[in-house]
Design a protein around this ligand. Structure first.
Ligand code: DGJ
Length: 697
């Protein structure tokens, strides 16, 4: 049978006739209402010619393409039987079940005993999900090397965008022309890493935020991954994603099975913004987040390891004064943790620093109406810790293997090690009214156990959430090295990056935000001089940058004067007032020709209002920059556009502002704003102008 899944303007057609593995014959625009005859004609007409010097059948690329079907690209399923050394044979379909927009295809390799269940789904948001489960029904052991989800993309998708990055510079975009061959990315960090490919987008030449047809895919997984985009002289181009498995990592004994992570994909004809328009509602629909995202104060860059109740108490008071709602005590609270060289694993409150436990601090925080959060790094252990000394067998790797930030990884596959960490975490959240854990992970894994370690991490979080209902968790991995849709189904926030420099943050948030909605992206107001870059910036620029995320403060407020604190308080008030709109709206980004300038915003779902930020990253190319078009509004409505002062007006270099700015705003149809745009003030570098937009009439 041929299945047509349709949702939110997108279609997926799966040809699942007969016993051959099914093939995706269309993934893209909605094809409308096709009856059985229409679908048959579509699938039949999609059959290509038989080429010279090729197999004597039309090539058909299935959801598990491999050599047996004449596919010379990388096989989706790679594995062999341990006793004979024979590769897993060709699969044939036994059953196709449909449940609404979810298809479940069961195939097997005949008598050998490999059974694969492939699930393909188009969610109500028009998001494609696909995964496989491989079961060993034989009496032999099955050694698995790879199991990828493979998605065909049309020939017109000739450009690829994905990401790389470094600590404090995550999500750096990179583009490549898709030639014949493959663009292949593999990550081996035991976490996605700072250089995570993150989201792989293939599209028509020159696709941008607002234009171009694009197909994108992401692996919802927090361990190692393999992603490739491949174009062959024979056959269509594909995007393929799967877990990167180390040799011997997945050995299925009889009766055992392995399930791949979900691959999450989206198609759009409206460029990258069109992808976000599908992916954000999908991510939101699976969210653990309940209630408004509080203003956080994190102590890290204020005090680092220097924990002192008196200082922290004054920080609590300053935090309350400026409108903080959640006070998070970062690294440095547990026994012996005076620097980053020791004590991970010893998850008891340090009695020398905190003779009465954390109670005096927690009580103070709560007496000011804030809730309390605590930093932990549960998967780690310092060699110099009571835990490592008592249980060297719980530590992964040889003692001679290199440490990383002076730490090692705890073997969560070891039942006692796992139980120890779980019990310590449960004890902490039972002893203290902890609303929130910042869950860090500050090193790569150098052992080939990423799969089991990631599974154990998921189990640990899941168990903890059951033990402590209502507990919120932030995923941090030296900043943004573990941001993926696997972890995001289990946590409420991600620490987007360790940099609080707004100039870096504008780019990091812009690109991370293609996949992840703003309410998940921890974004803090840092010190005037950024600790990670040494760059100084105005409070207004830092405030405008941190507003478009899950906002917080990471600055020693004791060093801020009264006037600065008053301005911070006005910023937190503005965030509280606007967060409902910022955290539910549609994220839009304009394509400006000048790379020094950005325009991004959030438009209300009913397009009755919007908030935009026009940002100068550096000096503009032109003395008189081109008018900026306001994107994402309803072309048939009329809007009032007003400059909105968040903390201070942005600094400008102009003799006279554009008249509409001097007059405090302008009223124009959405069509005019989108087609003609508005001239902007000449901002100095590192300044942002906020624009408040409201439909009138
Ligand atoms: C790395 C994190 O990304 C920082 O925010 C901070 O929590 C430190 N670890 C603490 O060690």
């Amino acid at each position: 049978m041929i299945h047509h899944l349709r949702a939110a303007g997108s279609s997926l057609v799966l040809d699942a006739r007969g016993s051959r593995l099914p093939a995706i014959v269309h993934w893209g625009a909605d094809l409308g209402d096709l009856d059985e005859r229409g679908l048959t004609a579509l699938a039949d007409s999609a059959v290509p010619a038989v080429g010279p010097s090729s197999i004597d059948l039309p090539l058909r690329v299935s959801v598990l393409p491999g050599l047996a079907e004449g596919w010379s690209g990388r096989p989706a399923l790679q594995g062999f039987w341990s006793a004979t050394g024979r590769a897993i044979g060709a699969l044939e379909v036994r059953e196709v079940e449909r449940d609404g927009l979810l298809l479940r295809v069961t195939s097997d390799d005949g008598s050998d005993g490999a059974v694969v269940v492939t699930e393909v789904e188009l969610t109500e948001h028009g998001v494609l999900r696909i995964r496989h489960r491989l079961r060993n029904d034989s009496r032999d052991r099955l050694e698995l090397a790879a199991l990828d989800a493979v998605l065909p993309i049309p020939d017109r998708a000739r450009e690829v965008l994905d990401f790389t990055g470094l600590w404090t510079h995550e999500r750096r975009p990179q583009r490549t022309a898709l030639g014949l061959g493959s663009w292949s990315r593999q990550t081996r960090h035991g976490r996605p890493g700072h250089d995570d490919p993150f989201l792989t987008v293939a599209g028509t030449a020159g696709f941008a935020f607002r234009s171009g047809e694009v197909w994108a895919a992401h692996l919802a997984w927090s361990g190692d991954k393999s992603v490739h985009v491949e174009r062959q002289p024979l056959g269509p181009a594909v995007i393929a994603l799967g877990e990167l498995l180390a040799p011997g990592e997945i050995r299925l004994a009889p009766g055992e099975s392995y399930t791949t992570p979900w691959v999450v994909g989206a198609w759009s004809r409206e460029g990258l913004d069109g992808l976000s328009a599908r992916l954000h509602p999908y991510v939101r629909s699976r969210s653990t987040v309940r209630g408004p995202r509080p203003v956080v104060l994190n102590t890290w860059e204020a005090v680092y390891f220097d924990h002192d109740l008196d200082v922290l108490g004054r920080l609590v008071e300053a935090a309350a004064q400026v409108g903080v709602e959640r006070f998070v005590l970062d690294d440095g609270w547990f026994t012996g943790r005076r620097d980053d060289r020791r004590a991970l694993g010893d998850w008891t409150v340090d009695p020398t620093v905190w003779p009465q436990g954390l109670h005096p601090l927690v009580d103070l925080v709560r007496s000011h109406g804030m809730d309390f959060g605590l930093w932990v790094e549960p998967e780690m252990v310092s060699p110099d810790s009571a835990l490592a000394r008592a249980h060297p067998e719980w530590v992964l790797g040889e003692p001679s293997a290199p440490t990383w930030r002076f730490q090692r990884t705890l073997d969560l596959d070891h039942p006692e090690a796992y139980a120890y960490v779980r019990d310590r975490l449960v004890a902490l959240v039972r002893e203290y009214p902890i609303a929130y854990l910042k869950w860090d992970h500050n090193r790569d894994l150098l052992e080939p156990v990423a799969h089991r370690q990631t599974m154990a991490l998921y189990r640990l979080i899941d168990e903890l959430r059951v033990a402590a209902p209502g507990l919120e968790i932030e995923s941090c991995a030296s900043g943004g090295a573990r941001i993926d849709l696997g972890i995001l189904e289990r946590v409420d926030r991600v620490w987007t990056s360790d940099t609080n420099d707004p100039l870096e943050r504008q780019q990091i948030q812009r690109w991370t935000g293609i996949l992840v909605p703003p309410e998940y992206l921890g974004s803090h107001l840092g010190a005037p001089r950024a600790h990670t870059t040494g760059r100084s910036s105005d409070l207004s620029f830092r405030a405008a940058t941190a507003l478009f995320g899950s906002a917080g403060i990471e600055w020693d407020l004791l060093a801020a004067d009264d006037e600065q604190r008053a301005r911070i308080a006005s910023w937190t008030a503005a965030y509280r007032e606007r967060r409902a709109a910022l955290h539910t709206g549609t994220v839009v980004r304009a394509d400006l020709c000048d790379p020094a300038l950005l325009l991004h915003g959030v438009v209300a779902p009913d397009r009755s209002s919007a908030l935009f930020a026009y940002v100068a990253l550096a000096a503009a190319e032109h003395a008189l920059p081109a008018p900026v078009r306001l994107v994402g509004l309803d072309q048939d409505r009329v809007y009032r556009v007003r400059p909105w002062t968040l903390v201070d007006r942005p600094a400008v270099i102009q003799d006279v502002a554009p008249p509409w700015v001097l007059e405090g705003g302008v009223t124009l149809p959405g069509r005019v704003l989108a087609e003609v745009g508005l001239p902007m003030p000449l901002l100095l570098p590192q300044q942002a102008l906020l624009l408040e937009v409201d439909a009138v009439g």
